[in-house]
Design a protein around this ligand. Structure first.
Ligand SMILES: [Zn+2]
Length: 253
């Protein structure tokens, strides 16, 4: 082989190695998978909503709130907190019924027609833009032909009736629980963070790589509880593959 042919062969070999490396990179698992976190706050507006609003304005992350119209009706403070939510560009407002079934859930869901009317009334009263619902006391899902009824009360007919009217009904994957008497959170920030990452990484969420977290407005009435929420957000956002989304974008792949 003469010198020129040898050089040519070497260049061809080098190019083919480089090309295969590039292809490997494209085909391989080097692209990290995004994981989507949906922070959803139920039962507002309540005392505590103003704190959620200010944290979210400072942190600039997208969240969802499921609101109860009767809380706003005739209450100046709650009207103000509701306005804060409406004006906050990171917060989406959705429907959690007008009366919350007066907290008599068995009675509420025993009349699917009346229950549906209650959601429709809320939709109109709060002028909710999106047809997205969370049903009080029920981890019920209806969207894109997927359904699940994980509820102690039989709320199937109400969920079906809402779905037939074009509403998407969303439950949750994990709840940051609170003590009923004073609203203080049950799980620590560390425990919550671990629970969230475990569910995502072991594929135990309703949709893979998407996790819906349920919280309640009343948990954030005090400054130290506010700090808990900020700490959880900070922990999650340290991971560059975590994306905060609102429920109208659920689910993402
Ligand atoms: Zn509720």
């Amino acid at each position: 082989m003469n010198h020129r042919l040898l050089s040519f062969s070497f260049i061809v070999l080098l190019l083919s190695v480089l090309y295969s490396c590039k292809t490997d990179n494209k085909m391989g698992s080097s692209v990290p998978q995004k994981q989507y976190v949906y922070l959803t706050f139920d039962d507002g507006p309540l005392d505590g909503s103003q704190n959620i609003d200010s944290i979210i304005l400072a942190e600039k992350i997208k969240i969802s709130v499921f609101l109860i119209g009767s809380e706003v009706d005739g209450d100046r403070d709650m009207e103000t907190y509701f306005k804060y939510y409406e004006e906050n560009p990171y917060i989406d407002e959705y429907n959690h019924s007008f009366t919350h079934g007066n907290d008599q859930y068995t009675l509420f869901y025993s009349n699917p027609h009346k229950a549906t009317e209650d959601f429709l009334k809320n939709q109109e009263f709060l002028k909710i833009q999106y047809k997205i619902i969370r049903m009080p006391a029920c981890n019920t899902w209806r969207f894109n032909n997927r359904k699940q009824d994980d509820c102690e009360i039989n709320a199937v007919a109400t969920a079906d009736s809402l779905a037939a009217r074009g509403f998407k009904v969303y439950g949750w994957d994990v709840e940051w629980q609170h003590h009923e008497e004073d609203g203080t959170p049950v799980q620590s920030v560390d425990e919550m963070y671990k629970q969230i990452m475990d569910l995502l990484n072991t594929n135990k969420t309703f949709t893979k790589n998407n996790i819906v977290i349920l919280l309640h407005d009343e948990m954030f009435q005090r400054r130290w509880e506010e700090t808990d929420l900020k700490q959880l957000i900070d922990r999650l956002r340290k991971d560059k593959n975590i994306v905060f989304e609102q429920m109208r974008f659920y689910p993402q792949d």
